[in-house]
Design a protein around this ligand. Structure first.
Ligand code: S3P
Length: 478
């Protein structure tokens, strides 16, 4: 299916990378895997030492996209070189921007300016990435060009109407498969209309797509979201010189407005470590007795830090050291020590700030003493997999007690290690794959996942990094 297309592109891109990057690719064999890569994790010793996780995925996509829409050359340090972001880079090249990677790992984006994207000659294959697909649809919607979007089997199942519907109101025309799914064709508006859009979901992808299209519209484009979702688009728009306002609504939501037709000016930036990736070594260290690790340079934007807040409420020993501002984002070094956890209730309002972290939180909850009740999780049904179902199926197979009631997930921990010993389907979902590998490191018996290839979308060096800290993850036969 289309995933192969993107992998072909990625192989081509990797082949063109500079020597330093080739070493990097060699160290991370999962990146080039085109077939299933079953992995097993067994009882690991305590985790010890220091590490750095790769650059934030959300910020990496946006750094390249805004760089491509700016005038001048933007240098991006710390970019995540995962498959998702490489697909966005390739799509931006097809749209006319120039992106290069220096031997020091710094990427340079030579932008075409707002309104300057060109019509791509072929399909834009966004691989596994909802963020890449939806944000680029927003950017294309403000240009009078036609682009065809596709992705892998997971992305082709995900709902796109949540962005194509508001983009159509702005003047874009879309032909999609049933349910607004990829592959789809999008013709941007010659004269995009500014709109005020009340989003039914708290989704940074929806918000960002509309704001990106709004860059090409005259006047003000406004998105009202029911809860405040991650604000990297707002921060980066300001960083590149656009005028953006953001104010709380009376009902706990947010009203964000961008003034259209700005000239975005190239502006260098540093991408912080991804808190969503830091979550995996952090939880593994909490669960493995005697562990003590440090994770340097992790982004702790409050709209992304819900997991750390929840784990702290569960009794976790997480210390934030050297808190500082880097590239406009709050960053800290995390120090984590193992210890017992207790069940807690996680309110629905916290969901947007930890939406990608529920699989690993559910794993932590299976080791905790007492019930962990997680409310407001309907959005988990439309991620890279149906994560609500994937978490429940995987945890049950590993001997944990789980219930789903509507959009609430309940995990009943006993304080003892779950049995493990299961084979878990990763469903083309990197976060399901990594979560169950962490579970296998701390459970009574090893856990096998059927395919870890998608881990390369967000955390290409996950396996070597975890093993360096003391983990026990190996390739497996199914
Ligand atoms: C993202 C937003 C979230 C998150 C995704 C990345 C982003 O999706 O799940 O992994 O970069 O904007 P939604 O905004 O659709 O909730």
């Amino acid at each position: 299916m289309p995933r192969r297309l993107c992998q072909k592109q990625n192989r081509k891109m990797r082949a063109s990378l500079l020597p330093a990057a080739r070493v990097l690719v060699k160290t991370y064999p999962l990146m080039s895997s085109s077939s299933a890569t079953p992995l097993s994790s067994g009882t690991a010793g305590p985790l010890r030492g220091e590490c750095r996780v790769p650059g934030d995925k959300s910020i990496s996509h946006r750094a390249l996209i805004f760089g491509a829409l700016a005038v001048g050359r933007t240098r991006v340090s710390g970019l995540l070189e995962g498959e998702d972001v490489l697909c966005t880079a390739e799509a931006l090249r097809a749209l006319g921007a120039t992106l290069t990677r220096g031997s020091d790992g710094v990427w340079t984006v030579s932008g075409v300016g707002v309104g300057g994207l060109q019509e791509p000659g072929g399909m834009l294959d966004m691989g596994n990435s909802g963020t890449g697909a939806r944000l680029l649809m927003g950017a294309v919607a403000g240009h009078n060009i036609t682009a065809f979007f596709t992705g892998d089997a997971s992305l082709c199942k995900r709902p796109m109407a949540r962005v194509t519907e508001p983009l159509s109101r702005m003047g874009a025309r879309v032909v999609a498969r049933q349910g607004g799914r990829l592959p789809l064709a999008l013709t941007g508006a010659a004269d995009p209309l500014p709109i005020t859009y009340e989003s039914p979901v708290a989704s940074a992808q929806v918000k960002s797509a509309i704001l990106l299209a709004g860059l090409s519209a005259p006047g003000q484009t406004t998105v009202i979201e029911p809860l405040h979702s991650r604000d990297h688009t707002e921060n980066l728009l300001r960083h590149f010189g656009a005028t953006v306002t953001s104010e709380a609504t009376e009902t706990g939501g947010r009203r964000i407005t961008v003034t259209g037709q700005p000239e975005l000016i190239a502006a260098d930036l540093i991408v912080p470590g991804d808190p969503s990736s830091a979550a995996f070594p952090a939880v593994a260290a909490l669960l493995l007795p005697g562990s003590a690790i440090e994770i340097a340079g992790v982004g702790i934007n409050p709209l992304r830090a819900g997991l750390f807040e929840t784990l702290t409420e569960m009794g976790a020993a997480i210390e934030f050291k050297n808190t500082r501002i880097e590239g406009g984002e709050t960053v800290a070094d995390l120090s984590i020590k193992s210890g017992p956890l207790k069940g807690v209730t996680v309110p629905a309002e916290r969901a947007p700030s930890m939406i990608d972290e529920y699989p690993i939180l559910a794993v932590a909850a299976a080791f905790a003493e007492g019930k962990t009740v997680m409310h407001g999780l309907s959005e988990l049904r439309v991620k890279e997999s149906d994560r609500l179902a994937a978490i429940a199926t995987g945890l049950e197979a590993c001997g944990a007690k789980v219930t789903i009631e509507g959009d609430t997930l309940i995990v009943e921990g006993t304080g003892a290690r779950p049995k493990g010993g299961a084979k878990v389907a990763a469903l083309l979902d990197h976060r399901i794959a990594m979560s169950f590998l962490v579970l296998g490191m701390a459970a009574e018996r090893p856990v096998t996942i059927d395919d870890g290839a998608t881990i390369a979308t967000s955390f290409p060096d996950f396996v070597p990094l975890m093993n360096r800290l003391g983990g026990a993850i190996t390739e497996a036969a199914l």
